[in-house]
Every structure is written in structure tokens, then in C-alpha cells.
Design a binder for this molecule. Structure first.
Ligand code: NAP
Ligand code: GLV
Length: 336
């Protein structure tokens, strides 16, 4: 009998067919995620689970999953999974690093350019007929924003995506500052990037772009104190995780004009509710957590999920294993 696999959403590409050669596969057929009650019921019965960032896999679920051996996350970030608890129970956790790096960097740059040059606001101005009714075709003060070329970019978290964002900045002749846990001398050379403490980065950057994972350390890393350090003309870009920013503090900063604006792909509450205060600001751009949303990246992510699940079914260590210590708890495969 093949092991049971529950996949919490349809994945792009042909991976489901491939996975059926190794698993008895069930796919949650709906657009919204499975409710917690469904997850709880499924997780109790299956041997393998493929999850998305929307599925909160906490220890109360994991500790009630007697057969579960692997959680294959369809994302590089895995803050929705209690990895420590999974390791304790001998459950392998995998993610999809690398294949979405350039895609998220492209999205970050789309946000950097759009917020600096008021692209979304300008589009709305034209579509709503406000430009037409203004009576002028061109005006020295119409939709004036800020240059990006030659400015200072501050990267918080110089990992895969942070580096890819910084590489693009070289084409814009930008000065690059970064803050990370560890200094990266090789990258400093390649990118011409300078390591600075977070406070210095916030004070000096014209664009602050966040690329850290969400952890206990990075939760609300950008709050009132940090926003107050930023230049009044600076923009904050977040394609990392919503909770890296204290949203209440950001709203205060926008109201009181401590910064020039923000472009956010990720949010503390997802999906953002219809009455959210962020909608009121013209100097805010919001995208619905679509940083990796290109057909190319999403297809490759699905392929990595499948590779991890197949390797595990064959008794091999999955290629992008997150909790390497789990190998000491249990060997890979369903025979253990
Ligand atoms: P990564 O290669 O692991 O890079 C993360 C970097 O953050 C690492 O270089 C790490 O620093 C740094 N870091 C971790 N904790 C830190 C801390 N407390 N203070 C300062 N720096 C810290 O990961 P990645 O592939 O670039 O992805 C980064 C994150 O982007 C993911 O975790 C995910 O949350 C988010 N993401 C979002 C989307 C989207 O759709 N918007 C898509 C993909 C990923 P060191 O190297 O110094 O240890
Ligand atoms: C998406 O947010 C990811 O972490 O891949």
C-alpha cells in the first residue's frame, strides 16, 4: 500500500501525476485553505503533507499525527510550521529555496520603482479621469516622486533574495548598505556593499528593503523606534513577512509622515481585511503576497515539493531538508 499524502491546494505543473506513482494523493479542492478542523483530521491519518504558507501547522496538530513523517512546504519561508516540534516527533520538514529568488527580487524591484515614481497612484489618477479634469497635459508638480538611480539601498537580511535585489541595484548605480546576522566579505566585494548596524542602515538608506525570515528575533524588527530613524524621504519595502514590521507603528509613521511611503507584499493579516487602515494611504502600495507569483517560479517550486516527497518515499534524505537534525531522530522513508 502506498503512503497517504494530503496536499493543501492544487499545485501548478504536472507534479500531482508524478506523485501518484509514489503516494495515494488527496488534494484539497478549494481556493481558500483547509480550515484547522480539516487539517487536524487529515494530519491524523496521513503519512505525508504538502503545505502552503497559509496552513498553520502547530505543535497541537503535529503531536496528533501518529503516522506523519514528512511536511513538504511549497515556499521557502516556513514560519507557519513548528519545525522544532516536528523534529522532536521525527518529522522531516522541507522547503523550496532558490527557485523563486530571482522572481521575488523582480517583484521587490517592481515595488521599489512603483512606490518611488508613484506608478500605481498615477495609473489611478489617469483612469479616474482626474488627469483629464485637471485641465493640464503636463505640470511641473504633477505626480512628482523620487529618483531611484544613484540613491542608497538598505538590505535587511543579505541572503538569497537580499543578494538578488542588491545585484539589480548595481544597474541603478546605487550605494548598497546591508545588515545581516553575519558579515559576508565575499559579497561585500562583489556587490560593493557595506555592512552597517541596523540603526545606521535605517538612518542612511533611501530605500529599506526587508529580506529576513520571520523568527522570534525578527518579529516586529521594524517598529516605532526604527521607523523614526528613517529619512522622511525614504521608502520601506517588505517582501519578507508581514510580522517583521509592526503594522500599527507603520500606520502611525505614515500618518505622521516619518517616512515617504511603503510598498508591502506581505502583511500581518493575510488576506488584508476590507476596512484595513493601510488602504487610506496613497503613498502605500499593496500586493497580495505574490512575490514568487510567476509561472516559472511556481512551477519549479511544485517540482521541488515533488522531489522532496519522492526522495523521502525512496528512503533518501530530501534535497531541501530544513531540519537536518531530524536525521538523528528517524531515518528517512516510511519503513521507519
Ligand atoms: P535566506 O537565504 O535564508 O536569507 C535570509 C537572510 O536573513 C539570511 O542571510 C540571514 O542572515 C538573514 N537573517 C536571519 N535572521 C536575521 C536576523 N535576526 N537579523 C538579521 N538578519 C537575519 O532566505 P531567502 O530565500 O532570501 O528568503 C528570505 C525570506 O523571504 C523567506 O524566509 C520568506 O519569509 C520571504 N519570502 C517571501 C516571498 C514572497 O512571496 N513575498 C517569497 C519568498 C520568500 P545570515 O546569512 O547573516 O545568517
Ligand atoms: C513565500 O512567501 C515563500 O516563503 O516562499
Amino acid at each position: 500500500m502506498r503512503p497517504k499524502l494530503f496536499i493543501t491546494r492544487h499545485l501548478p505543473g504536472r507534479v500531482i501525476e508524478k506523485l501518484k506513482e509514489y503516494y495515494e494523493v488527496e488534494v484539497w479542492p478549494h481556493y481558500p485553505p483547509p480550515p484547522k478542523s480539516v487539517l487536524r483530521e487529515k494530519i491524523r491519518k496521513v503519512d505525508a503533507l504538502a503545505t502552503l504558507v497559509t496552513d498553520k501547522i502547530d505543535c497541537s496538530l503535529i503531536s496528533n499525527a501518529p503516522k506523519l513523517r514528512i511536511i513538504a512546504q511549497y515556499a521557502v519561508g516556513y514560519d507557519n510550521i513548528d519545525v522544532e516540534c516536528a523534529t522532536k516527533y521525527g518529522i522531516y520538514v522541507t522547503n523550496t529555496p532558490g527557485v523563486l529568488t530571482e522572481t521575488v527580487a523582480d517583484h521587490t524591484w517592481a515595488l521599489i520603482l512603483a512606490i518611488s515614481r508613484r506608478i500605481v497612484e498615477s495609473d489611478e489618477y489617469v483612469r479616474k479621469g482626474e488627469w483629464y479634469h485637471s485641465g493640464t497635459g503636463w505640470h511641473p508638480m504633477m505626480m512628482v516622486g523620487y529618483d531611484v538611480y544613484g540613491k542608497t539601498l538598505g538590505i535587511v537580511g543579505l541572503g538569497r533574495i537580499g543578494v538578488a535585489v542588491a545585484r539589480r541595484a548595481k544597474g541603478f548605480n546605487m550605494k548598497i548598505l546591508y545588515y545581516s546576522r553575519k558579515r559576508k566579505p565575499k559579497l561585500e566585494k562583489e556587490l560593493g556593499a557595506k555592512y552597517v548596524p541596523l540603526e545606521t542602515l535605517l538612518k542612511e538608506a533611501d530605500i529599506v528593503s526587508l529580506h529576513v525570515p520571520l523568527t522570534d528575533e525578527t518579529y516586529h524588527m521594524i517598529g516605532e523606534k526604527e521607523l523614526k530613524l528613517m529619512k522622511k524621504t525614504a521608502f520601506l519595502i517588505n517582501t519578507a513577512r508581514g510580522a517583521v514590521i509592526n503594522t500599527k507603528a507603520l500606520i502611525k509613521a505614515l500618518k505622521e509622515k516619518w517616512i515617504a511611503g511603503a510598498a508591502l507584499d506581505v502583511h500581518e493579516q493575510e488576506p488584508l481585511p476590507p476596512d484595513h487602515p493601510l488602504y487610506k494611504f496613497k503613498n502605500v502600495i499593496l500586493t497580495p503576497h505574490t512575490g514568487s507569483a510567476s509561472w516559472e517560479a511556481r512551477t519549479k517550486m511544485a517540482e521541488i515539493v515533488a522531489k522532496n516527497l519522492i526522495a523521502f518515499a525512496e528512503g533518501k534524505i530530501p534535497p531541501t531538508l530544513v531540519n537536518k537534525e531530524v536525521i538523528n531522530v528517524r531515518k528517512p522513508g516510511f519503513k521507519q
